[in-house]
Design a protein around this ligand. Structure first.
Ligand SMILES: [Zn+2]
Ligand SMILES: [Zn+2]
Length: 341
């Protein structure tokens, strides 16, 4: 049996659709998943445009939802289930996995959508009809009431924000989220659900601010945010120049949490004095642990918020180039790629 995949060769070249054989048999703990829908993440835009380098050729994409169609020894119970999965596979044995509570920083971490075709089956990304998951990858069943378009990004921005909301200061009445993309909106909704009374979301793009109220936040332009109003400020915009502004919003002893700036073009113009005098706790968050994916899916199962309104009507795998172009316009928080189209 063959899978169909969109191969990424290099920045500036169109995707190439290719047939790739599914493995005839799976190793213990491995799973083959037939992908229903994938969403295009901002991080893939960086790779696609050449701002971030990945080993190629490869199948990009890490956000997705699908059904398990084959299971290796020990994971037979997952057969037939509709699932999403951790974007990182970890060994369960190294210090990061066992002592530091950071399995996403595993010594032998493997990240979906970031490996070449030459490794194992080559089916490591979600811009394909099938993906092969490794034995150390955490799975979560997706309840039928959560649509594909809503579930697909749970394993990226929502789970990452579930990680962030575990690390709020006490007390935490007011939060400012910098950036009204999907990361910011997921953060906004999770903060409100965690009991934060007021979540102010700032962005320079007024069109993006328009959906903030739908997710329980208050949309504001930076100039309107009062100084020292926030217990926590979350950077979800990826822009280094906003950090000083964010610190201005923090009360003494507040937390400044970095989430969005996962690229090398992130040098800060910051004084140590600002951190010391503000008694600020600074922390970075990269990805998440398996429990955060559980929290993310549980949150969506209960949520009545209009998440589907943030996702484009689905395009087909053959339209992936068009999907990337649409994603770059920021018209949608996510562009959907349906494998059945
Ligand atoms: Zn992502
Ligand atoms: Zn490990």
């Amino acid at each position: 049996m063959n899978a169909r995949a969109a191969i990424f060769d290099q920045a500036g070249k169109p995707f190439r659709i290719a047939e790739m054989p599914l493995p005839a048999s799976l190793h213990a703990g491995e799973l083959a998943v037939e992908i229903a829908l994938a969403t295009i993440c901002g991080s893939d835009l960086h790779t696609h445009s050449g701002r971030r380098m990945e080993p190629t050729p490869c199948v990009l994409g890490h956000e997705g939802v699908g059904r398990v169609i084959a299971a290796g020894e020990g994971r037979e119970r997952w057969m037939g289930r509709r699932v999403t999965w951790s974007s990182a596979d970890s060994c369960g044995q190294c210090a990061a996995c066992t002592q530091w509570n950071l399995p996403q920083k595993c010594e032998r971490v493997f990240k979906y959508g970031h490996a070449t075709l030459h490794e194992a089956s080559g089916l490591h990304g979600t811009y394909a009809t099938h993906i092969v998951l490794r034995a150390g990858t955490h799975l979560v069943e997706v309840p039928e009431n959560v649509p594909d378009a809503v579930a697909a990004a749970a394993n990226c921005s929502l789970a990452t924000m579930a990680n962030v909301t575990e690390h709020l200061p006490s007390p935490c009445h007011v939060a400012v989220v910098q950036g009204a993309g999907l990361l910011g909106l997921h953060g906004c909704a999770l903060l409100r659900a965690a009991g934060v009374e007021r979540v102010i979301v700032v962005d320079t793009d007024e069109a993006r601010l328009a959906s903030v109220a739908d997710f329980g936040g208050e949309a504001m332009l930076c100039v309107d945010v009062p100084a020292k109003c926030a217990d926590v400020v979350i950077e979800a915009a990826g822009v280094p120049s906003i950090v000083n502004e964010g610190l201005r919003f923090l009360r003494p002893g507040g937390h400044y949490l970095f989430v969005g700036m996962v690229h090398p073009d992130s040098a800060l113009n910051l004084t140590g004095e600002a951190i010391i005098r503000g008694c600020v706790s600074v922390r970075g968050f990269h990805n998440y642990a398996p429990r955060h994916l559980d929290m993310a899916v549980a949150f969506l199962t209960q949520s009545t918020l209009p998440w589907a309104s943030l996702v484009s009507p689905p395009l087909s795998l053959a339209q992936l180039d068009e999907g990337f172009a649409l994603s770059a316009t920021r018209r949608w928080a996510r562009v959907a790629i349906s494998m059945s189209r």
